[in-house]
Design a protein around this ligand. Structure first.
Ligand code: SME
Length: 166
């Protein structure tokens, strides 16, 4: 087990994931290991995250195609932003920076591209392969300031696991 995985597991209860099933990362690891196609695996992991954490009201994965992020699948309402150029919106910013972007109040962020009028906060975690962005996990919440370091660690570890099978 690497340090990040170990920390994510040890810190989970104290890191704001109360309410999430204790085996969430274990379920994600199992889904990654299970023999299945990439599309199926991506859909399964989005569903595990969405079902596992009640505050995740919109959960999706975008994959990079050329200079655009293209929505692969989501659990949540349809979005008008199925394709997002690098540098646009919160998703495009995270892709350009190659770093997690956490927006506690989307109403105060002029870059935010609205998916649903009920969304209050958002976290976008890039999926990196050999240092380059190949996709992202995007999670919205109807709660203001919904995301903390526990969510960041959970989603960054999920992105790391996904990277290995993309
Ligand atoms: N809010 C994102 C767009 C994607 S939808 O939320 C699903 C953004 O600002 O990039």
């Amino acid at each position: 087990m690497d340090d990040l995985t170990s920390r994510a597991q040890q810190d989970r209860p104290a890191a704001g994931l109360a309410g999430a099933p204790p085996d969430l990362l274990g379920r994600i690891r199992a889904a990654v290991r299970r023999p299945s196609g990439t599309d199926d695996r991506l859909r399964t992991i989005v569903r595990i995250l969405s079902e596992g954490v009640a505050k995740y009201t919109w959960t999706g994965v975008y994959l990079l195609q050329g200079d655009r992020l293209v929505l692969h699948n989501q659990v949540g309402p349809a979005t008008p932003h199925e394709t997002i150029p690098i540098g646009e919106g919160i998703c495009g910013l995270a892709a350009r920076q190659g770093k997690t972007v956490l927006v506690p109040d989307v109403g105060r962020n002029p870059s935010y591209l609205a998916c649903s009028h009920t969304t209050r906060s958002e976290i976008v975690v890039p999926i990196l392969k050999e240092g380059r962005v190949i996709g992202e996990i995007d999670v919205d919440s109807d709660r203001l300031d919904a995301f903390d370091d526990g969510d960041r660690r959970l989603l960054e570890e999920t992105a790391r696991l996904l990277s290995a099978c993309l």
